[in-house]
Design a protein around this ligand. Structure first.
Ligand SMILES: Cc1ncc(COP(=O)(O)O)c(C=O)c1O
Length: 428
């Protein structure tokens, strides 16, 4: 139903007793339905839930790889696992450095640390919230083994120049697409530009298997190591039997079960429609709030498309005369719940206090206590990432979904416009 449009910008803020700019609740919908039920029934009827014996995980991988135009895909138990698998496959090991964004989820760096390598965090572009070739270059050393490019909030990072920087130096480029399913980078999809693309299927992502992850690649040798790294380094034949040289290297058990594979198979059929709608909502919202005083919509690089895991814009405190928290409070009163990112990764306690592993009597923290990292040389200084700090201080996150109606988008934009105009007017 289309509600009558009204000019809300002159109305008093809901926080101060005025009418709400978003008076109706957001449209919701069902993410799982008959197709998931049918796939699950078939999975159970196989009489095995083991990925190497059943068909569901295999088919999920085949479909996902085909959608991305890549020959190889490995399923895992989470996005964090997928990124660890990529680290293992790329040969990241003790004392190596891996450069990645300071604005991301802990899942990006966990696999680096489990390989006893050192995450080196970069700053971001304050308009896209993503790392760039310049921010990466500033962090490269002779120990850099890999770069994990994070496509934050579904917006493609400018990845070609990062690949150009890394290839001649023999540095692997891993893409963290946990928030960026089917996001478009010029004529390609993110996840297909570097050496391995990693995805999360956790319950908050564009599509979900409850928990799950996927890695795609075009490189056969990487693909073989990815498959081994997910499964205790056990090579398998098509009956799921162990074959050949077992445990050639250390690898965890990150296997996806057939139940997750079954749900994933049904979800993959929905993913294009979900991502197209999220991209459309993002474009619409940006169009509606462009030009609102003191509001800085996210910038999507030319020729790219964001599939908006969430919608993140920034406020200009100088124009509004109030900070991000006041804006969030005012939006909540208007009927638009919003939140914000908490912290830079390098400012997390485990890095700041070096409490990375459960304490040992001798206090040794590998690899930070290796000779190449003399005390005080490495860690993670507060002044290192000023743009990320700016984003953290000024960004507002809207947890949008593909179920939002056009009216939801218009009312959300009206609420943002009303709140911003009201504060900007007071500022004079
Ligand atoms: C950018 C990013 N990387 C990695 C992950 C880790 O994924 P998972 O939660 O499936 O382990 C997430 C999940 O929130 C993420 O947003």
């Amino acid at each position: 139903m289309t509600t009558a449009r009204r000019d809300t910008t002159a109305e008093p803020l809901a926080l101060e007793g005025g009418p709400k700019a978003k008076p109706t609740p957001y449209t919701t919908g069902r993410r799982f339905g008959d197709e998931e039920m049918e796939e699950l029934r078939e999975a159970l009827e196989q009489n095995t839930l083991f990925y190497a014996k059943g068909r569901k995980v295999r088919e999920l991988c085949e479909r996902f790889a085909a959608m991305y135009g890549k020959p190889y895909c490995t399923a895992s138990s989470s996005g964090t696992a997928a990124l660890h698998v990529a680290m293992g496959a790329a040969g990241v090991t003790v004392g190596d450095e891996v450069v990645t964004s300071t604005l991301t989820d802990a899942g990006t760096f966990i696999g680096i640390l489990y390989q006893n390598a050192v995450p080196i965090f970069t700053d971001v572009d304050p308009r896209t919230y993503n790392m760039t070739a310049d921010t990466v270059e500033a962090r490269l050393t002779e120990r850099t083994r890999a770069v994990i490019v994070v496509h934050l909030s579904g917006t493609p990072a400018d990845t070609d120049p990062i690949v150009e920087l890394c290839r001649p130096r023999g540095i692997a480029v891993i893409e963290d697409c946990a928030q960026a399913h089917l996001a478009r980078y010029r004529d390609r999809l993110v996840g297909t530009i570097g050496d391995i693309g990693c995805f999360s299927l956790n319950d908050f992502k564009h599509i979900s298997t409850g928990e799950g992850g996927l890695c795609i690649t075009g490189d056969q040798a990487l693909a073989q190591r990815m498959a081994l790294f997910c499964d205790k380094c056990y090579p398998r034949d098509h009956w799921g039997m162990r074959t050949g040289r077992q445990c050639q290297f250390l690898a965890p058990n990150y296997r996806m079960s057939e139940l997750c594979g079954a749900v994933g198979l049904a979800q993959v059929r929905r993913v294009e429609a979900i991502c197209a709608r999220r991209a459309e909502i993002g474009r619409m919202l940006t169009g509606l709030i462009a030009g609102v005083p003191g509001i800085l919509p996210p910038e999507i690089p030319a020729g790219c498309e964001s599939t908006h895991y969430y919608y993140m814009f920034r406020v200009d405190e100088n124009v509004l005369g109030v900070g991000r928290n006041e804006v969030i409070r005012a939006l909540a009163a208007e009927g638009v719940p919003a939140s914000f990112y908490l912290k830079r990764m390098d400012q997390m306690e485990l890095f700041q206090k070096m409490t990375i592993y459960p304490p040992r009597a001798d206090g040794f923290v590998c690899p930070y206590d290796l000779p190449q990292y003399p005390p005080g040389r490495l860690p993670y200084a507060a002044a290192d990432c000023p743009n990320a700090d700016l984003v953290l201080r000024t960004a507002v996150i809207l947890s949008m979904t593909e179920f939002w109606s056009d009216d939801d988008v218009r009312q959300t934009a009206a609420a943002i416009g009303k709140v911003a105009s009201s504060y900007a007017r007071r500022r004079g």
